[in-house]
Write a protein that binds this ligand. Structure first.
Ligand code: C5P
Length: 228
């Protein structure tokens, strides 16, 4: 599942982020190509922004012409978009990936599926050890309350892999509790339901494009990927 239904307001490109060009291809095209290159990918479901269903189909056709793919309308929040897309998935395992992470390598998709096949956990997620020292500040105040032990901190990324039954149950429970819209990743929902989430160490270059500056960084990383 690729979540591509965001508005991209923080990027300031005047349109949805997934369709902003990076090195001659929309962001969505990079994620689709990586998913298609992964040996474990059987089919693709893309959550698209309202009015961009055809653009999503075109991006998929250009990047992965031979992959079975479906485009579904996205929701009001990222978690809702993912829930709507997960509803039509026909496999036992599902990987959730943000279109905003165009640098995720195909090997990462396969590594996560491999772990899910070998280990009984409900979820395996891409994550990178945090390199900076973490500081927790009070709400709205730029004043340190606590230093977090870096050795214990990981930055969660996507793709995140799940047993589809466990993910759907966790999504339904969060929705009933009114907590779905606020969930910034799916692993959080599994944690909330008491399920086990494992970390798969991912390259730090698997960055998320949020601002215009990130787009410049992503383009530079793309140029050196495979060499660093
Ligand atoms: O906004 P943010 O960077 O957290 O978005 C992460 C991913 O979620 C993006 O790829 C975006 O397209 C997607 N998204 C979505 N539906 C929404 C909001 C965001 O699919 N309603």
């Amino acid at each position: 599942v690729i979540a591509a239904a965001g508005s991209g307001e923080r990027l300031g490109a005047g349109g949805p982020k997934a369709f902003v060009e990076l090195a001659g291809r929309p962001l969505l095209g990079w994620s689709v190509a990586a998913a298609a290159e992964a040996a474990s990918t059987e089919a693709l479901v893309v959550a698209a922004p309202d009015g961009f269903e055809e653009a999503a189909e075109a991006a998929i056709a250009a990047a992965a012409p031979d992959l079975a793919a479906q485009v579904v309308p996205g929701g009001a929040s990222r978690a809702e978009s993912v829930r709507l897309a997960t509803a039509v998935v026909g496999t036992d395992l599902v990987l959730i990936h943000d279109a905003a992470r165009p640098l995720a390598p195909a090997s990462l998709f396969d590594a996560i599926v491999g772990r899910l096949e070998r280990e009984p956990a409900a979820a395996v997620i891409a994550a990178a050890p945090i390199r900076d020292t973490g500081k927790r500040a009070a709400d709205g105040a730029a004043r340190v309350e606590e230093t977090l032990v870096r050795e214990h901190l990981w930055a969660a990324q996507t793709p995140q892999g799940f047993r589809v039954g466990a993910l759907r149950a966790a999504q339904a429970a969060a929705e009933q509790a009114g907590e779905l819209a606020g969930a910034t990743d799916e692993a959080r929902l599994i944690e909330g339901a008491g399920g086990e989430v494992l970390l798969e160490e991912a390259p730090a270059y698997n960055v998320k494009v949020t601002t215009a500056e990130d787009l410049v960084v992503a383009e530079a990383l793309l140029a050196v990927r495979g060499r660093v």
